[in-house]
Design a protein around this ligand. Structure first.
Ligand code: ADP
Length: 720
C-alpha cells in the first residue's frame, strides 16, 4: 500500500498535474506573447509618437515664426528702409516685431551679402559686420528660401549657442534685398519639447542637421556636443524615422525613437529606459507567472486531492478484493472440508461395502455353518454351508425360529427345552457359549453331531442377537472313536507285552542261573584237565550267561515301570536326588565326578521310579564322560504348568541324528568294550517320565556335553 502510495499516488498527482499544467502553461505563454507583442507595439508607438509630436511641434513653432517673419518682411516701409539703408527705420521695424513676438529673443536684418544692417536688441558694435560665413547665410543664400541654421555660438550678447531662422526679404519685383534673421529665445526648443507631457521617464532631445545637440532636458547646451556617432542620430539625420534599442554611455539599454523635423534637417530623439518601457510587460509576466503558479498549485492540489480520492478508491477496491479473497479462501476451505468429508464418507461407504462383501465372502466361503439370530431367536441370516448342512434352502430358514427348526431334540431323542438352549443363552446372558457335542436336525428329520459357538452381538453397546458358527463333527467323532479303540488296543498289547517281558525275563532267570552255575561248576572242576580252547569256551559261556542275566534284569526293570508302579503321592525331588546320588556313590568317587545342584521342587509321583530316573541320567553322565573328571549339574525350573528338570554334563555329547533313537530300548551308540551297557536305561527313563505325564528330550553338541531334559506336571492330579 505504501509502495502504491509512493508510486501510484505520485503518478496520479503528476499525470493530473501534467494534464492541467499543459493548458495553463500554454495559456500563459499565449497571453505572455500576445501581451508582449501588444505592449511592445504600444511602447514603440508611444515613443515614436512622442518623437513625431515633438518634431511636429518644433516645425510648427518654427513655421509660426517664419510666418510671423514673413509678415514683417512684406512691410513696404521696411523694404524701403532696407533699400535706402535706413538703419533706424529697420531697427524700429525690428523692435516692433520683437514686441509682438514671445519666442524670438534677437532679430536682425542683413543685406544680401550678409552685412548686418540693424538688430534688436541693439548691439551697434556689430553693424555692418559680415556674417556671410555663418551657416544661416550659406543656407539661405543657396535658394533664398527660409532656412533654419545649424547650432552655433552667436556673436551678440549674451553670447550663447543659438540657431537662426533666416527669411529672405524681397522687393516688389521679387528680388532679394535682404535677410531677416531671428534667433529664438533660450527656451524655444525646450518649450516645444515640454509641450509633450509624458507620464513616462522619457528624455527627448533635439539635434541639428550636423548631429550636434540643440536641446537636452538634462543639461544646458553651452558648447557643441556632437552626437552624430549615435546610430539614432545618424538615421534621423538621413531623414529616417524609427525605433531601436541603444545602449547609453552608462550602459543602460534605452528604447530610442527618432523622427526628423521636417524641412530643416533636425531630428528629435526620444529615449526611454527599456527596463521602464517594458515594466508593464514584466508586471504582466510576473502576474502571469503568479497566475500560472497559482493555477499550477491549484492543479497540484486538485491532482493531489484526486489522487487521494483514487487512492482511497484503490484502497476500497483492495479491501474489497481482500474481502473477496478471504471469502473465497473461506469458501475454498469449506469446499476442501466438504470434499474431505465427502471423501471420508465415500471411503466409509466403500469400507462398509468392502466389509459387506468380505462378510458375504466370509459367510459364503466359510467352511463352517453360520447363522445370525435376533433377540426372538429367529434367523437373520444363514450362510450357504449352514443351509446345506441343515438341508434347507436359505430362504426357508430366514426369519424362522432356529431352536424349533434344528435344535428341538437331544441326541438321545429327548426333547430339548428352549430355556436350556445354550445358543439362546448367548443373547439372553450376553455370554459366549462353546458346545462341543450336540446334534442339529435336518429338514429330513435326520440329525448330525455338531460343535458350535454362539456369540452375542452388540450394536452401540446394546444386545441385538447372536451369531452361531457350527461344524459337523461326525468325522471328528469317528476319529476319536477310532483313536480310543486304538489306544485301548495299544494299552492292551502293551500290557500283554509287559506281561510277556516280565514272564519271559522272570521265567528265563531261573534256567539262566542254572546254565551259569553249571558252566561255572564245569569250569572249576575241569580246570587244567581240558585243553586251552575248552577253557576259553567255558569262559565265554560264563560271560554270555552273565550278560544275559544283566539284560534280563534290565528288561525286568523296564517291564516293571508300567506294571509295578506305585500310586503317586507327594515326592520331594531333593530326597529323590539324594537317594540316587547315594546309590551312585561308588561310581562318583571312582570317577571323581563333581555333581552340583539347585533347589528341586516337590512333585506328585512315584519316588522309586523318579530315583531310578535321576540315577540313570546321572549314571550316563558319568559313564559317557571324557578322560577328565565329569562335572554334572542338576536343576529344575517352572515353565507354565510344568517343572522342567535337567541333568547337564561335560561328556562326549551326542550327534543330533541320534537324539530320538537313544530313548528306544536296546539302542546304543558305542560298543560294549568302551562303554558297557544294555541300551535300556534311557528307555526306562522315557517310560517313567511319560508315566508321570511328562516328556523327555536331549540337547547336545558332540564333544561339548549333553543336557537331558524332562518335565513333570506341577501340582496336578495325575492318574496312575
Ligand atoms: P546304555 O547306557 O546301557 O548304553 P542307555 O539307554 O542308558 O543305554 O543309553 C543309550 C545310549 O545313549 C548310550 O549307549 C549312549 O550311547 C547314549 N548316551 C546316554 N547317555 C549319554 C550321555 N550322558 N552322554 C553321551 N551319550 C549318552
Amino acid at each position: 500500500m505504501k509502495q502504491w502510495f509512493l508510486h501510484e499516488k505520485l503518478g496520479v498527482t503528476l499525470s493530473g498535474l501534467f494534464i492541467t499544467a499543459i493548458p495553463i502553461i500554454g495559456l500563459t505563454l499565449f497571453v505572455y506573447f500576445q501581451s508582449a507583442n501588444y505592449i511592445e507595439e504600444i511602447v514603440i508607438t508611444e515613443n515614436q509618437q512622442s518623437a513625431l509630436v515633438i518634431a511636429d511641434r518644433i516645425k510648427e513653432q518654427i513655421d509660426g515664426d517664419v510666418r510671423l517673419g514673413n509678415l514683417l518682411v512684406i512691410r513696404r516701409s521696411l523694404k524701403t528702409a532696407i533699400q535706402s539703408t535706413d538703419r533706424k527705420e529697420i531697427a524700429r521695424h525690428l523692435k516692433d516685431y520683437m514686441e509682438h513676438s514671445v519666442t524670438i529673443e534677437h532679430a536682425f536684418i542683413t543685406n544680401t551679402r550678409g552685412n548686418l544692417l540693424a538688430n534688436y536688441p541693439n548691439s551697434s558694435s556689430l553693424i555692418n559686420r559680415d556674417f556671410s560665413q555663418r551657416d544661416w547665410y550659406k543656407g539661405i543664400s543657396q535658394n533664398w528660401q527660409p532656412y533654419v541654421s545649424e547650432f552655433y555660438l552667436r556673436t551678440s550678447t549674451p553670447q550663447r549657442y543659438v540657431f537662426s531662422i533666416s527669411i529672405p526679404i524681397r522687393d516688389d519685383d521679387d528680388r532679394v534685398i535682404g535677410i531677416l534673421g531671428l534667433q529664438p529665445e533660450e527656451n524655444y526648443v525646450k518649450n516645444a519639447v515640454s509641450y509633450i507631457h509624458s507620464p513616462y521617464n522619457q528624455t527627448a532631445y533635439v539635434v541639428d542637421n550636423n548631429g550636434n545637440l540643440i536641446y537636452h532636458p538634462k543639461f544646458t547646451v553651452d558648447r557643441i556636443i556632437d552626437l552624430s556617432g549615435s546610430p539614432a542620430v545618424q538615421r534621423v539625420k538621413k531623414g529616417q524615422t524609427g525605433v531601436e534599442i541603444v545602449s547609453s554611455p552608462d550602459g543602460q539599454r534605452m528604447l530610442t525613437a527618432y523622427h526628423p523635423v521636417e524641412g530643416n534637417g533636425w531630428g528629435v530623439v526620444v529615449e526611454r529606459p527599456e527596463k521602464e518601457a517594458y515594466a508593464p510587460l514584466r508586471e504582466i509576466t510576473f502576474g502571469l507567472f503568479a497566475f500560472a503558479s497559482l493555477m499550477l498549485l491549484t492543479a497540484v492540489y486538485f491532482a493531489y486531492k484526486r489522487s487521494e480520492l483514487i487512492y482511497s478508491l484503490q484502497k476500497l477496491t483492495e479491501e474489497l478484493e481482500t474481502r473477496v479473497m478471504e471469502r473465497t479462501a473461506e469458501f475454498n476451505d469449506a469446499n476442501i472440508q466438504l470434499t474431505l468429508e465427502i471423501d471420508e464418507r465415500k471411503q466409509a461407504q466403500e469400507k462398509i461395502e468392502r466389509l459387506r462383501i468380505e462378510k458375504e465372502l466370509l459367510l459364503t466361503s466359510a467352511g463352517e455353518g453360520i447363522f445370525g439370530l435376533d433377540l426372538d431367536g429367529n434367523h437373520t441370516f444363514v450362510n450357504p454351508v449352514a443351509a446345506e448342512m441343515l438341508g434347507y434352502p436359505i430362504e426357508e430358514l430366514l426369519h424362522k425360529h432356529s431352536h424349533t427348526m434344528c435344535h428341538h431334540t437331544r441326541a438321545n431323542g429327548s426333547l430339548y427345552p428352549e430355556n436350556e438352549c445354550p445358543i439362546y443363552k448367548a443373547f439372553k446372558d450376553a455370554t459366549v457359549q462353546h458346545v462341543r457335542d450336540e446334534v442339529f436336525w435336518r429338514k429330513d428329520h435326520s440329525s448330525f453331531p455338531v460343535a458350535y459357538t454362539s456369540t452375542p452381538i452388540k450394536e452401540d453397546g446394546k444386545l441385538v442377537g447372536a451369531v452361531v458358527t457350527f461344524r459337523d463333527i461326525t468325522e471328528r467323532k469317528r476319529a476319536e472313536e477310532r483313536l480310543a479303540y486304538a489306544m485301548a488296543d495299544l494299552a492292551r498289547s502293551n500290557a500283554e507285552l509287559e506281561q510277556f517281558a516280565y514272564i519271559a525275563s522272570h521265567d528265563l532267570q531261573e534256567p539262566l542261573r542254572m546254565v551259569a552255575s553249571f558252566v561255572q561248576l564245569l569250569g572249576k572242576r575241569y580246570k587244567g584237565k581240558l585243553d586251552g580252547d575248552a577253557n576259553d569256551f567255558i569262559n565265554y559261556a560264563v560271560d554270555g550267561a552273565n550278560r544275559m542275566q544283566i539284560l534280563i534284569n534290565d528288561l525286568l526293570a523296564y517291564s516293571r515301570v508300567g506294571r509295578r508302579g506305585k500310586e503317586f503321592k507327594g515326592v520331594s525331588c531333593e530326597i529323590v536326588l539324594n537317594q540316587a546320588l547315594s546309590n551312585l556313590q561308588n561310581l562318583i568317587e571312582q570317577s571323581g565326578a563333581v555333581v552340583t545342584r539347585s533347589q528341586l521342587p516337590g512333585v506328585k509321583g512315584d519316588d522309586i521310579q523318579l530315583t531310578q530316573l535321576f540315577q540313570n541320567l546321572i549314571g550316563n553322565a558319568i559313564k559317557f564322560s571324557r578322560d577328565r573328571a565329569p562335572r554334572i549339574h542338576v536343576a529344575a525350573e517352572q515353565r507354565g504348568d510344568d517343572w522342567v528338570f535337567f541333568v547337564r554334563d561335560n561328556g562326549i555329547g551326542i550327534e543330533p541324528e541320534y537324539f530320538e533313537r537313544i530313548f528306544s530300548i536296546f539302542q546304543r551308540l558305542h560298543d560294549r568294550e568302551k562303554y558297557p551297557g544294555t541300551g535300556i536305561g534311557l528307555a526306562i527313563c522315557k517310560k517313567v517320565v511319560e508315566r508321570h505325564g511328562g516328556k523327555i528330550w536331549v540337547e547336545s553338541e558332540p564333544g561339548s556335553g549333553s543336557t537331558f531334559y524332562f518335565t513333570i506336571p506341577a501340582q496336578r492330579e495325575l492318574k496312575t
